[in-house]
Design a protein around this ligand. Structure first.
Ligand code: DAH
Length: 341
């Protein structure tokens, strides 16, 4: 029995030392220590020994079992360490591989144009104002000299909130002139960009919602020459040195005299093409000297102060600035379009 035990011990220890997978180790454990294992089989023969032999043999058998268990434990630890090592190797990150850059958003072309406009005017000492899109008709019309009966107040031109036409989506940014005159100390130099709303059908040059930038100067001895000089400078800063403009007489209820400023078409240089509808010019803004009645209604004495104002279409300006042919592109937010700016 003694030989049997030492044979089992040496065989088992050798086998445990060579094992290469946890499953194989488990098989070996069963082979030697399991219920039907080799060591167990030897131990079962203990009963046949004489009482004198039994303690020594029992001790030896226990030592063999302890040695086997210890060896299995060591082998298991070795396998686990090797497995961990292998996993770390397999899952290692290659930190030198270039990362996936997150897609970066960028400014919308119209807001690029707006930021440029703001920079130009802030550089000339103007303040940028923000105002309500839901406006009182008194600010949108009455205080701008467009009283009851003026065609632009028509229900088919304007989005009203109530039956008696007091509250509306502003149809122009001009009410910001009145809000500035009523609240700011003189002299005033402001621009006020924002959304405006009209009952227009969508096409290549129209949308029921679009953007305007209002501008206004009130000071002593302000003349039409200041208006033209400032707006010509705006055109050159926005569209490049040598940009050609022209001022045409026009009518607005809140200015006298009134005019519109056109810029020579960027597509054809004035010869006439589809972009400028054959005219050679693109209308950019309305402007004029602030009507004395408008000044008076806002509590400013037209004998002492004078002013000029303008309102420009922002989509149009961005289209001219970036040579965009169709207004709808500005609102569709197709990434393939937006990514070009
Ligand atoms: N509010 C006018 C429009 O929407 C544009 C305009 C014209 C604004 C003349 C002005 C101005 O401030 O003086 O058509």
């Amino acid at each position: 029995m003694k030989e049997q035990l030492s044979k089992i011990k040496s065989e088992a220890l050798a086998a445990f030392g060579q094992v290469s997978t946890p499953a194989a180790l488990d098989e070996l454990r069963v082979k030697y220590l399991g219920k039907k294992g080799e060591l167990t089989a030897v131990l079962k023969q203990m009963g046949r020994l004489s009482p004198e032999e039994r303690p020594a043999m029992g001790q030896l058998a226990n030592d063999v079992r302890a040695a086997l268990e210890e060896s299995i434990e060591r082998a298991a630890q070795k396998l686990a360490a090797a497995a961990l090592e292998a996993r770390l190797k397999a899952e290692a990150l290659d930190v030198t591989i270039p990362g996936k850059a997150p897609k970066q958003g960028h400014r919308h072309p119209m807001y690029i144009a707006l930021d440029e406009i703001k920079d130009i005017f802030v550089g000339m000492g103007f303040t940028v104002l923000d105002g309500p899109e839901i406006e009182l008709a008194s600010y949108n019309f009455d205080k701008l000299n467009a009283e009851e009966g003026h065609p632009s107040r028509d229900w088919s031109d304007t989005f009203y909130f109530d039956r008696d036409s007091r509250v509306m989506l502003r149809s122009q940014t001009s009410p910001m002139q009145v809000r500035a005159m009523e609240t700011m100390p003189l002299p005033i130099r402001i621009i006020a960009p924002g959304r405006v709303y009209r009952k227009d059908e969508v096409d290549a040059t129209h949308s029921p919602m679009f953007h305007q930038v209002e501008g206004m100067v009130i000071d002593k001895n302000v003349t039409m020459a200041d208006l033209k000089g400032t707006l010509n400078l705006l055109a050159e800063e926005l569209f490049g040195k040598g940009t050609v403009t022209r001022f045409r007489p026009h009518h607005f209820p809140f200015t006298e005299p009134s005019c519109e400023m056109d810029v020579q078409c960027h597509k054809c240089g004035g010869a006439g093409c589809p972009t400028c509808k054959g005219e050679g010019w693109i209308e950019l803004l309305g402007a004029g000297m602030i009507h004395p009645s408008v000044l008076r209604m806002s509590g400013i004495d037209p004998e002492q102060w004078s002013g000029w104002a303008f309102g420009m279409g922002l989509e149009r300006t961005a289209m001219r600035r970036f040579k965009i042919a169709d207004l709808r592109l500005i609102f569709e937010n197709d990434v393939r379009f937006l990514e070009q700016f």
